[in-house]
Write a protein that binds this ligand. Structure first.
Ligand SMILES: Cc1cc2nc3c(=O)[nH]c(=O)nc-3n(C[C@H](O)[C@H](O)[C@H](O)COP(=O)(O)OP(=O)(O)OC[C@H]3O[C@@H](n4cnc5c(N)ncnc54)[C@H](O)[C@@H]3O)c2cc1C
Length: 474
């Protein structure tokens, strides 16, 4: 597909839609800030637009579609898979300024939000009225709800409460042809026709621009308790995870850190963690106070029975925060080891967690890479992270091979390329490996019918012929 360039004529038309020069950026220093996200590669947009309302978005998209100019929706660019990168130039649509609406309607247990609202602001607004918006990506303090919806983001609470798609009742969307549509509504039950809401959530900005969302809220559980269990054997920790999950307890969170993470955290900020242990698991239960008390005790007993070296239980908010400190520290700690972090989220069925751990161990040794593993053990969503130095080409080539093998392992074990970070441009080359030719073709046909000129976020999800993972070229 040959795209048009943003020439002076198109700029003049865009200026008619967005007359405020502060919201239409063309200076190199302004564009630079939009040329990267939290993944890899630098791609320059030709123009950045900061719309304030749906009408402006629709007018920009109509123009872009008529002129065949690619458009890249963007929230706060915390994507780890390359989602908002303008890989073909064109227009970046910065939706982070569209953050005027955050209404909580407690009687209907819903929130109605603009796409640029930060996820943490939704958590706060819901909690003020005793409610909860459960999807909790670790980036929630900085990422937008639009980005969460487009990536179908998840987090530790996904185990019990599900992910973003489970809390979306309705959307307002500008289609790739510039029409404004509404999907779903504000009722929990809605079976009118195709479920376009579910199709749009997780479509990574390739099927339109989300301009408003109606989210479902739930009552906030009154109590919670956390345990931290230390294991000398990572396979035993996997057994403890399975045993807790099949015991009748459904924890709210169940996270794991491997030995490399424990060592990195201890050398970053000593917390007294045992650096000789092979794994730490954190389990949190929530609900009615009496049930919480009983369930956390039972989970602790299971861990001890399976062979935990030590188990600690915390029930006050401060004690719980203290136990979670180690897990929260992993990301900053591992980037101290080396500057470049390749953060994957290959996910496997829960019974395959021990097998995935041993495949990851083999990959670490085969390619001699700094591979650490942490993540959401309760739902099989592991985060194998490789820390490297992108200036070292030889090391990065080994990393590329290791990453490819991580995906292969996940798929061979019945898992998936992505549990929550999306496909973007980074994982597009592996899509056929998971979906097969016919599966990928069916997705492509949906994309083609929604977006006949392929202007919405091209270069994402669908690989170009022969496209390979490339971590060595900027
Ligand atoms: C430190 C860190 C921790 C993270 N932890 C998690 C985690 O726990 N769980 C998780 O799931 N992810 C996590 N992420 C990844 C990332 O934060 C999420 O994918 C997040 O949803 C992206 O939001 P954003 O506002 O930054 O969107 P961007 O990165 O700007 O965009 C992401 C995608 O959404 C599209 N998009 C953005 N807004 C819209 C819109 N209004 N309409 C249509 N498309 C749109 C973009 O085109 C792009 O494809 C983490 C990232 C970092 C850096």
């Amino acid at each position: 597909m040959a795209y048009s360039k943003v020439d002076q004529g198109i700029l003049a038309s865009l200026r008619q839609i967005i007359p405020d020069p502060k919201r239409l950026l063309t200076d190199k220093q302004d564009l630079a800030g939009y040329s990267y996200d939290a993944s890899f590669g630098t791609y320059w947009p030709e123009v950045v637009i900061q719309p304030k309302n749906t009408e402006e978005v629709a007018a920009v998209i109509k123009l872009a579609n008529a002129q065949k100019i690619p458009v890249y929706p963007r929230g706060q660019s915390t994507s780890l898979s390359g989602g908002p990168l303008p890989v073909e130039g064109g227009i970046v649509l910065d939706l982070s300024k569209m953050n005027h609406k955050l209404e909580v309607h407690a009687d209907d247990l819903i929130a109605i939000v603009s796409p640029g609202v930060l996820t943490a602001a939704i958590h706060e607004a819901a909690e003020k009225v005793g409610l909860m918006y459960p999807p909790d990506p670790s980036s929630s303090a900085v990422s937008t709800i639009g980005g969460n919806l487009a990536e179908n983001s998840g987090g530790p609470l996904g185990l019990k409460y599900g992910v973003t798609k489970d809390y979306v009742l309705g959307l307002e969307v500008v289609t790739p042809e510039g029409e404004v549509i509404r999907t779903g509504g504000r009722t929990v039950k809605n079976v009118t026709g195709y479920d376009l809401t579910k199709l749009l959530v997780g479509s990574e900005g390739t099927l339109g621009v989300i301009t408003e969302a109606t989210l479902q809220l739930i009552p906030k559980p009154p109590a919670a308790a956390t345990l931290l269990a230390i294991f000398d054997d990572i396979v035993k920790s996997g057994e403890a995870i399975s045993k807790v999950l099949t015991s009748g307890i459904l924890p709210a969170k169940m996270e794991i850190m491997d030995q490399a993470c424990i060592i990195a955290v201890e050398s970053y900020e000593p917390l007294g963690l045992p650096v000789d242990a092979e794994a730490i698991i954190l389990i949190e239960v929530d609900g009615h106070p009496r049930a919480v008390e009983e369930e956390i005790r039972e989970a602790a007993e299971i861990c001890e029975r399976i062979g935990a070296r030590q188990v600690q239980i915390a029930s006050t908010a401060a004690e719980r925060a203290n136990l979670w400190k180690a897990r929260k520290m992993v990301s900053p700690a591992i980037t101290r080891v080396k500057p470049t972090k390749i953060s994957e989220d290959a996910t496997v069925p829960r019974s395959q967690i021990p097998a995935m751990f041993s495949r990851l161990k083999q990959i670490r040794e085969k390619y001699q890479v700094n591979l650490v593993v942490f993540g959401h053990a309760g739902d099989g969503n592991l985060h194998p992270n490789i820390v490297a130095d992108k200036r070292d080409k030889e090391e990065m080539q080994r990393v590329e091979k290791a990453v490819e093998e991580i995906f292969q392992a996940a798929i061979e074990l019945g898992g998936t390329l992505s549990g929550e970070h999306g496909i973007g441009n980074m994982k597009a080359p592996f899509m056929e490996m998971e979906l097969g030719t016919a599966g990928l073709d069916m997705m492509k046909r949906i994309k083609d019918s929604w977006d006949p000129n392929n202007i919405m976020n091209p270069g994402k999800i669908f690989p170009k012929p022969g496209q390979k993972l490339n971590l060595t070229e900027e």
